[in-house]
Design a protein around this ligand. Sequence first.
Ligand code: MRU
Length: 368
Amino acid sequence: MKVEGKSYRSIWYDDKTEAVKIIDQRWLPHEFRIAILDTLQDFAIAITEMWVRGAPLIGATAAFGVAMEMRRDASDAALDRCRETLIETRPTAINLRWALDRCLDTLRSQPMEERAARSLELALLISDEDVEINRRIGVNGLDIIKKIAATKKEGEPVNILTHCNAGWIATVDWGTATSPMYQAHDLGIPIHVWVDETRPRNQGALTSWELGSHGISHQYIVDNAGGYLMQKGHVDLVIVGTDRTSAGGDVCNKIGTYLKALAARDNSIPFYVALPSPTIDWTITDGLAEIPIEERNENEVTHIMGKDSAGDLTQVLVSPVGTNGGNPAFDVTPRHLVTGLITEQGICEASPSGLAELFPEKARENSK
Ligand code: MRU
């Protein structure tokens, strides 16, 4: 996507300087900064401290981390070190494990002298695949928006609510939940997006930054406003992303997603999840029981960061001094609350058979 007229991905390999570069999301939406990641430790810090974030981008970042480490040391011990250093950086997003397994399994069977080149090819391939998967999610999700526009809106904007940031900077490009929005807007279908603030990390501000840069009408709302807007008929459709979806169709996404799904169900509003296939955890069926939920630092809740009137980024305390915060970062929306899963292969119901029909080989492999 474009930032001030220039096309970017959220992570890329700069051939000239032979370095991995990222958009450093700690500073957004206030400042656009690029950072270089070099050592394995750099990659681990960037993931843990959310310089990069969003399940698909976390996976791609891990793949580049392996590639940079292979340049220094391509031994089996280094492969083990990559896994140990990166696997625990974010526990919920399954793309991390998916990317590490894919890279490390492939590299182990390669001669040591070829591992540096092969690992970089793999990281680039994972990035390119992510872009194509998300583009296709957009094409499939576009049909839902088109149908609502044609049957309900008579030229008025289709109102879409989204939670967290499942946009292009949470992936390598396009985003998952935002890809149908970008494609609808580019085709001239009027849309308006309600962007949940998404406390405590306020990823909604990132979504607003993205949509604003692309000229898409949107409003940034507090997390508690969605139910009211749905009751008043101001939401036609909810689309969110996911950090891990069970083979049974239960969806784990940013904390608060479940409440939006409940409100959508109560108001008969379609609730869709944009799901790239690497985000499916084929090893589990019961999302609620089996997906580990990341607990983050309580300071993210008790403090908030923003720009002060002098234009400086400042962190302030919002709770009484000494109050303990609680910070579960994700929740699970059970499949019965999900209208459909928008994947690169098409849209299916959130159920074991729905996913198995779209991805028969994967489902077969894991049923053994
Ligand atoms: O904690 P974050 O910011 O990494 O969480 C991101 C989300 O929950 C996204 O909605 C999810 O990863 C889907 S991204 C395409």
